[in-house]
Design a binder for this molecule. Sequence first.
Ligand SMILES: *Cc1c(COP(=O)(O)O)cnc(C)c1O
Length: 389
Amino acid sequence: MTHQDHSFDTRSIHVGEEPEYLEGSNNEVVAPIYLSSTFARKQVTNHGRFEYSRTSNPTRLALEKRYASLENTQFGLGLASGLAAETLLMFTLIRPGDHIIGFDDLYGGTKRLMNQWKEAYGLQVTLVDATQPSLIEEAIQPHTKLVWLESPTNPLLKVCDIKAISEIAHKYNLLVIVDNTFLSPYFQNPVQLGADIVVHSVTKYIGGHSDVIGGAIMLNDPILYEKLKFNQNALGMVPSPFDCYLVLRGLKTLSLRMERHQSNAFAIASYLEKHPKVDRVYYPGLPSHPQYALNCSQASGFGGMVSFEIKGGEKEAVQFLESLDLFTLAESLGGVESLIEHPALMTHSSITRQEREQAGIKDSLIRVSVGVEDKDDLIRDLEQAFSKI
Ligand SMILES: *Cc1c(COP(=O)(O)O)cnc(C)c1O
């Protein structure tokens, strides 16, 4: 099965797991978990398709074919975590003294990684509000190497114009990286919009069941792909075959899950928007969202992440969170179960208070990863927790 023959829903089930996907296989319908760390050869200087599992492994290869297919790119790489994917990109693309431009609302771990590269390798970083593409252009310096985006962002669900920013960046020969974790390849394909590289935390929607840590990189440039593949092997940032199997399995229901995440998220965002104890709701699927039209123009959906500011501050937020029954108070997102958290005290505590305030992450902010449970059960749980504050 080639990439473009079938629709997304079909490819998410079949690509990489065609029964004949390995020569000499037993026509398994599900890709076997190839645990072997090494592969025998007949001749000393000539190895077969596989040599050593850090370099390449049949289960991982099946998954990498599917990654490329789902983002509509030539190449896919499977990594041990989203941050391993980001570290590989930094190691491969950044040289001492380089400058990068990022969205000011990037994932906290991405900002922390950039801060570490600042100290160790003299990287310069400028974070801007990428909802205004002109601010990206203004931040470009002679030694700028790349632009790092998310859309929508975490946790404020800001949306940036990937096409317009890619056009600006390419005028100056900069690479554009988009972390597409929040919408998943089901709702958005940044390379189709002009970005050069997509990165995912597979831990979230792609895996979908909160039982695996993984990362992915998708791209079209064969030279850059070879460099990344070489460095991945050299640095050893590989996922286990068992993890690859879990992700292959999770991906088969990605489209079903994303549709349900989205319809539940829309119901919850609409409920919160009318609630007297809520100050503000952030969800790109609400027509009141400032970049609603932009998101409609570049993605086929809005995803399952909703953030809101509760009336009051940290005290009310904490009391509300600790009163919930069905929502699990936990970091992470994108699994079938609904998770809820307090960005300032949890996911974004790794960045400084000053950076948080600059980015607009208040102490009253709550982030919800809306799961695929019954939406009325979820809303009832929110209602009873609101009644406790
Ligand atoms: C979780 C996350 C990451 C980091 O991925 P890990 O798999 O936890 O290493 C990066 N970007 C976004 C948007 C995330 O949500």
